[in-house]
Write a protein that binds this ligand. Structure first.
Ligand code: HEC
Length: 118
């Protein structure tokens, strides 16, 4: 396990978040995503890894285990961060861990994810 983590970290040092203009809340969302381990699974450039990409996902249709699907919007993203095991996407074997983020912090992260789709 330690090995896997080391490899993930090593392979991530070259990439960074895309250079885009961010609102104050989205900039805070980026910082929160980096400080709460989100980037370790969603990519230091948030282009995906163990977890799905955050880039360009607004409006995408995603498939869930069990046959349902949904369109990615603010509501979906908020729910996915608050209750990571509620809807499981097809194609991902790892289940995202729960976090201690407040609603305000989640909102800032969602602002950041939205900015990645602009
Ligand atoms: C251990 C890896 C891991 C970590 C850490 C992690 N995630 Fe995830 N995340 C996933 C996986 C895997 C999915 C796919 C959903 C599923 O099948 O449960 C996911 C799904 C999501 C989604 C839904 C996106 C979509 O396209 O369906 C959002 C939003 C998200 N994560 C945000 C976060 C945030 C914010 C953090 C940090 C607090 C975080 N994740 C930390 C692995 C992770």
């Amino acid at each position: 396990m330690a090995c896997v983590v080391a490899v993930v970290l090593a392979s991530c040092t070259s990439a960074g978040p895309p250079a885009i203009d961010l609102s104050a809340s989205a900039a805070n969302g980026l910082k929160l995503s980096q400080n709460n381990g989100c980037a370790s699974c969603h990519g230091t450039d948030f282009g995906g890894g163990t977890g799905p990409t955050w880039q360009g996902i607004i409006g995408q249709t995603v498939a869930f285990k069990g046959g349902e699907s949904g369109v990615v919007d603010r509501e979906y993203l908020t729910e996915a961060i608050k209750y990571p095991d509620k809807k499981k996407r097809v194609g991902y074997s790892v289940v995202m861990p729960y976090n201690n983020l407040t609603d305000a912090e989640i909102s800032d992260i969602v602002d950041y994810i939205e900015a990645l789709s602009n």
